[in-house]
Design a protein. Sequence first.
Length: 96
Amino acid sequence: MPTQYNLKPGFQIYFLTVWFEDKVYAFGSGLGFTDVIYSYAIAETEEQALSLAHEKYDQEQPKVRKISASCARNQYLNRYCFPENMVGVEKGAAIS
């Protein structure tokens, strides 16, 4: 039986857009070399989602230029591919 995830009360899924100053290779996404990647975060607020994204992506190289977060239309965690890779999943989701 596949692993089932449930959002903890008060948490939401946020869609992230991350712009880099230089091109990066987005392995496994089909984007190839790009300066923009897309990801998801699980957080209680948009500000928390942005903070989690900065922690994950903002490094010495590549340098992040901008990150935006918006509430995802789909809030059903099990409809996403690889929800275990979402930023903040260990804090905002429970395995059932």
